[in-house]
Design a protein around this ligand. Sequence first.
Ligand code: AGP
Length: 612
Amino acid sequence: MCGIVGYIGHENATDIILDGLRRLEYRGYDSAGLAVLNGSGVQVHRAEGKLLNLEKEVFRAAPKGEIGIGHTRWATHGGPTERNAHPHKVGQVLVIHNGIIENYDKLRKKVAKDTSRVFESDTDTEVIAHLMDHYLQQGRTAFEAFKKTLKDLEGSYAIAVLHEEDPDHLYLARCGSPLVLGVGESSHHLASDIPALLPYTREVIFIEDGDYGILSTDKVELYGEDDKAVTRPVKHISWDQSMAEKGGYRHFMLKEIFEQPEAVSQTLTGRLGKAHKEVILEGMEHLMPAKGFPFEKVYIVACGTSYHAGLVGQYLMEGMARIPVVIDNASEFRYRNPIIDKKTLVIAISQSGETADTLAAIQQAKKQGAKILSICNVIDSSIPRASDETIYTQAGPEIGVASTKAFVTQLTVLTLLALEWAGRTGQLKKADLEKAAGDLKRLPQKIKQVLDLNDEIKELAKRYTEVRSFLYFARGLHYPIALEGALKLKEISYIHAEGYSAGEMKHGPIALIDKGMPVLVLAPKEDATYEKVIGNIEEVKARGAEVIAVASRGDKAISERVEHVLYVPKAPLFLQPILEVIPLQMLAYHIADHKGTDVDQPRNLAKSVTVE
Ligand code: AGP
């Protein structure tokens, strides 16, 4: 996720900005830049790759000034190149931005029509600088032009802006992406996150969504969504640097679990149409004509957690769009001599975009003539580059080795695909699609409600720190979530855990059950197999199992049958996997944390598996 830093005061802005960017490195980035302003003009430096490259540039030129902005970019629109790095300068306007401008294409056309503008980057951000310049040229003051620009933007953003001829003011705005303001002595700092502020001040103002304003050395002017002046409270921060990087959470994994509402919301951005009544997946036109579904089958390949997302995708695509889907572990696929040809669409799912087995599966599928669609979280990584088309999840960088927010955003993209294809195959009518799009729009809110279970799960987890084994079971669409819950527990707590389809229990695994064995069961009331799952619960209870059920809110009856119930909000069936996996992530996390394992970097595991 991009990092923003801004400074206005009486010290050397370059040093403060570089230091702030270094302190935001944990957020992940692939290029960086800064602009420093003084009475005689602005100096802009940008570089691909690590901050060291930017520092080399900067040390050569030694920009001097007491106001400046800096940025680390996590590429979303346009590759991680120097020309796509921020700040973007148009006329006298310099802009850095974190987030996604949903209507950037429309805005680009708007400014290009009125003037003879040349866009120098592939980013959605550059249009902000063009718009502000455009409004300046119409005779507005810098602040008026900034305000007018904000009114045009749709999507999410945290923005900092400099005007080359105004070294006394720094402009800022926030809508959906993080931005905090540090209050120093005769200085103000801006940042995407608190770690960048800590060496300079512990007095911070959390800018709220819809706020915009102007900073000078001794004054903060903030305005709310209705353009009225607002005052936001100054808060004192006592966190140390490492706590601050994790947003006050004990581990990145927990922070990332709590980032899931935003990650899903970002992944939906621009994909539900303006009125949130349709599904729009950019790039689909490169794979298929505007109508119909030209492939005979879909073949999904992935590893680990991404494979579990693929299993849910299989249920959704077959169930909703009635398209045949085969799925395989990428490591098996490549040695299977799979039956695929040019009538097959292969979907490769990978959080990192670098998994060696998945990459090899793509090469194999290409040789056999298949088209490749990848679902990935890292722009321009190896898997997207090897694919015909990519749909990016917008989870932001995931630092904990155990995948959480990347998984739910993969599920989100697979759901969008299933819906789009169900429209194409005529399985869902316009009204059904409109309803589904509305349900998706409300999903981040429901995820927030599931996160409220955290304290209850933390307490519950204490019971299981010493167990040797854990079983997870479920049916249908929920079965892959049982697999994922078991994988999460194994990865970070080192407790042996297995996921099974509930119907398979009596074909073997039930032999494992004896007194006190913990069994987690996904038992959503709305599912057609609910009664059968209840039957499976009775079977394991009769053999002494201690059962935790993840159930639909309002299902009181289930609490009489099991030791503990974790209630999740009611939701249409196709969204339940996303809600159900969150308590399982939290359970694994808290068991591991109580045990004291290295949650973010569990033994023997790597974040991206680039060897076979
Ligand atoms: C997830 O918690 C794991 N660390 C692992 O299973 C991972 O999902 C797998 O290695 C695939 O990685 P990818 O999504 O980056 O391709």
